[in-house]
Design a protein around this ligand. Structure first.
Ligand code: FAD
Length: 487
């Protein structure tokens, strides 16, 4: 970490930031900063020193240099929809919010690529590409709000990851402002740049290697035909079995998403209501896309597989309106859970698909054991679970049970051969759990790579890597959980 700044450097910081972006694009009063004390993980809060809104790469460079001069770290931020505390302003950092860098600089239809700035909202890129018969495939459920800069940093996935891959499969080149203020280009538009895969290193690095100021991404042709099926099951475990059966058959659906009963009811009580069957134990959404001639046979096959695992009904969306409604219900599910309690802890872990039925049963048991309201809505095709715990963080006892249940869920997933995050990142939330999946040598190698970009740890400090290192692993009291019985 950089050495602590003296008071005079700090007091010079705000005027220096304002000199770059003007007063209007530099927030520094307590009321203004309150909004930026957390991202989508509301249990972790820290007040930034200032929040600045650059509009150009040159402004980002100047802001980074001003922070360096003052000895203050900085945190890149997009829309703040992250769910692992990645945009938390640790160590009194300055938040560099890139949401105003919104230009879609170029769409190259012939080569199916776009050059975009980090503040472009995910869904807006597909809207812009649509007249050309193209779309941007990675589609986080937050896609109406989250930005492409945040997606790159988190290597975001979404319902269509099963067929199309995560963000890393769609980024060809990056413009990156390094923590010393220099600006570099990594990769190139061909996707075949020689040497190390530096783009791959930056995608998923959670804003710890620099600030992405532009990216070149792949666009995909809009499929000729899309069909969305809704299979209705008595319970979530049967739905998981059907997922295994569909994949085993060799089909590659565009999406396989499961929504459990508690979520269905929350959705149906909300503005996202789509006429989902309230009495169903779980629904499985299956999306198939591709050439027109191929889909009828695939629909019939999916129906057969779902019935074999006990689906009562397997409906095909009658038209585009119904299809959109199903997806609105699925993508609005987290929002709908706001009806259940003031706070929501959206967990994110991955297990091998074959372990889904067994792990899901254990996850539900953990929720019951800790007396919590737990619901599941997840990317089943990827084995990517999202156990969601609805709670009230003002109740310290409930808060402690939420954290303990979260740890029990992570351990269960790792024991089943899984990992601690599928798409939301490690952030500040899971940094103390990373040693569940990586050894000391692995973490040292990662830290060395980080040092190449950011030797003084001034860019998004306190993320990914354990703060208490292995001591928290062996001593849960180090995280203050001593009042909670561990399962
Ligand atoms: C309702 C809901 C549903 C969600 N569904 C999904 C889903 O299906 N799939 C999924 O993957 N995620 C999902 N998320 C999580 C979140 O939306 C993603 O992680 C998203 O990529 C965050 O984007 P953002 O612009 O909000 O980034 P932020 O939250 O602002 O930042 C996230 C991280 O990116 C870094 N960052 C931001 N901009 C830059 C930049 N220009 N350069 C370098 N680093 C940067 C930040 O430092 C931070 O570490 C969901 C969140 C919500 C609230």
């Amino acid at each position: 970490m950089a050495s602590a700044p003296d008071a005079s450097s700090r007091s010079a910081l705000i005027p220096a930031l304002e000199a770059v972006v003007g007063r209007e694009r530099c927030l520094s009063t307590p009321e203004e900063l309150l909004v930026y004390e957390c991202d989508g993980l509301t249990s972790h809060v820290a007040t930034p020193t200032a929040v600045v809104f650059p509009e150009t790469t040159e402004e980002v460079q100047a802001l980074v240099r001003a922070c360096r001069t003052a000895g203050v770290p900085f945190v890149p931020r997009g829309a703040g929809t992250g769910l692992s505390g990645g945009a938390l302003a640790s160590d009194d950092a300055v938040v560099v919010e890139c949401s105003r860098m919104q230009a879609i600089r170029h769409i190259d239809v012939e080569n199916r690529i776009a050059v975009v700035e980090p503040g472009v909202v995910n869904a807006d890129l597909s809207v812009a590409a649509k007249p050309h018969g193209l779309f941007y495939a990675p589609d986080p459920s937050s896609q109406l709000a989250c930005t492409l800069g945040g997606n790159v940093a988190e290597n975001s996935g979404g319902p269509h990851t099963l067929k199309y891959g995560t963000t890393t499969d769609h980024v060809l080149a990056l413009e990156l402002v390094l923590p010393d203020g220099a600006c570099i280009t990594l990769g190139d538009a061909s996707g075949l740049a020689p040497g190390f895969d530096w783009v791959g290193a930056v995608v998923g690095s959670e804003g710890t290697l620099g600030i992405v100021t532009a990216m070149t991404v792949r666009l995909e042709p809009i499929p000729e035909r899309v069909e969305t099926l809704l299979a209705i099951f008595d319970d979530v475990v049967s739905a998981c079995r059907a997922v295994g059966r569909i994949i085993e058959s060799g089909l590659v659906p565009a999406a396989l998403e499961i929504v459990d009963q508690r979520t269905i009811r929350a959705v149906e009580d909300s503005v996202y209501a789509a006429g989902l069957p309230r009495d169903a134990g779980a629904i499985l959404i299956v999306e198939l896309d591709g050439p027109d001639v191929a889909l009828d046979a695939q629909i019939a096959e999916v129906q057969t597989h779902c019935r074999a695992d006990g689906a009562e009904r397997v409906e095909v969306a009658r038209d585009e309106t119904e299809r959109t409604q199903f997806w609105r219900a699925r993508k609005g599910a987290f929002g709908a859970m706001g009806r259940l309690a003031p706070d929501l802890y959206v967990h994110d872990a991955v297990v091998p698909r074959t372990a889904l039925p067994e792990v899901l049963a254990k996850v539900c048991e953990i929720g019951d054991r800790y007396g919590l309201t737990l619901s599941n809505v997840f990317h089943a095709g990827d084995g990517n679970l999202h156990p969601n715990i609805s709670f009230d963080r003002r109740d310290p006892d409930e808060m402690a049970r939420v954290i303990a249940a979260g740890e029990a869920i992570l351990r269960t997933c790792v024991e089943a051969g899984g990992v601690i995050t599928g798409e939301h990142g490690v952030g500040s939330e899971k940094s103390d759990y990373i040693s569940l999946v990586f050894g000391e040598a692995d973490l040292d190698a990662m830290q060395k790579l980080r040092s190449v970009f950011d030797p003084e740890r001034v860019c998004n400090p306190g993320k990914i890597f354990p703060t208490t290192r292995f001591c928290a692993e062996s001593n849960p009291k180090a995280r203050g959980y001593d009042r909670v019985p561990f399962g």
